[in-house]
Design a protein around this ligand. Structure first.
Ligand SMILES: Nc1ncnc2c1ncn2[C@@H]1O[C@H](COP(=O)(O)OP(=O)(O)OP(=O)(O)O)[C@@H](O)[C@H]1O
Ligand SMILES: [Mg+2]
Length: 252
């Protein structure tokens, strides 16, 4: 088996005295889709933010393409091909869609018209509105913009934190379709999700986090097939809950 493109060993993250991540290890093979699932507060965002260089781990080792990146800041990692789509999207609402996409290519020192054009082909809704402020987009469209902005950097590894959060079921389908396309194009995807079943259905390999530790891992299909894991850690089927629930958020 080839070396994994991303490898995380014994990662620790603390906020003052709170030990949010207590020795998490996982790896991603080149071109695979790996998901970290777990309940609220399990430490998913802390793990992914440490990997992307947005926060400094208290311990452990992160290796990307065979090189130690444990303390490499996010901006340097973007240049090297490791990019995160942040939780909550963080698009710049007052800037135009075009400017938001340009930001995805800041590290090239110039424009990235070719990759931006590719994004317009892929997401026609962004092309139609390229001159509008990003704040005019619906939640689902803003998520697509956040993903497109990350793709402009042409990452080898793309990290995503809860991309389906707060979106209506139809839009969640769309987001997952895009994630599967990204993976199919050869980009390695590390996906953090509370929507565990959905993420495991899309993933090759899964890791179940609980209070800062990996409590189960394996091929995603095996985790889904294990009744004990499903009952103990994956909770209610959020897909059906969202479908039946009273709260529906804006459509695409
Ligand atoms: N900035 C912070 N300061 C202090 N504690 C924090 C901070 N961020 C997270 N925590 C704590 O660390 C733990 C892990 O949080 P984290 O956000 O990584 O979990 P998560 O799995 O992403 O949760 P969610 O599903 O709600 O996004 C939680 O107990 C949380 O309260
Ligand atoms: Mg989180």
């Amino acid at each position: 088996m080839s070396d994994p493109i991303l490898s995380v060993e014994d990662l620790r993250v603390s906020y003052g005295r709170v030990q949010a991540v207590r020795g998490v290890s996982f790896e991603a093979e080149q071109g695979s889709l790996v998901t970290l699932v777990g309940a609220n507060g399990a430490g998913k965002s802390s793990v992914i933010n440490a990997v992307s260089g947005m926060l400094r781990p208290a311990g452990g080792r992160i290796t990307f393409r065979g090189q130690d990146i444990t303390r490499t800041p996010a901006h340097a990692l973007v240049k090297r091909g490791l990019v995160q789509v942040p939780e909550g999207r963080q698009i710049l609402a007052t800037l135009t869609i075009e400017d938001n996409l340009q930001m995805g290519a800041w590290h090239t020192g110039g424009t990235a018209q070719k990759s931006i054009t590719a994004m317009y082909d892929r997401f026609p809704v962004l092309a139609e509105r390229r001159a509008l402020p990003a704040g005019a987009l619906s939640g689902g469209e803003q998520q697509m913009l956040a993903i497109a902005r990350a793709l402009v950097a042409e990452p080898a590894v793309m990290l995503m934190d809860e991309p389906s959060m707060g979106l209506a079921p139809k839009i969640v389908d769309e987001v997952f379709r895009v994630i599967e396309e990204i993976r199919a194009s050869g980009t390695t995807v590390v996906l953090v999700e509370q929507n565990a079943r959905r993420a495991l259905r899309a993933a090759d390999h899964g890791y179940v986090l609980q209070t800062g530790e990996v409590v189960h891992s394996g091929p995603a299909a095996d985790l889904l097939a294990d009744e004990r894991i499903v009952e103990a850690y994956l909770g209610v089927d959020t897909d059906s809950r969202r479908r039946d629930g009273p709260t529906q958020h804006g459509g695409l």
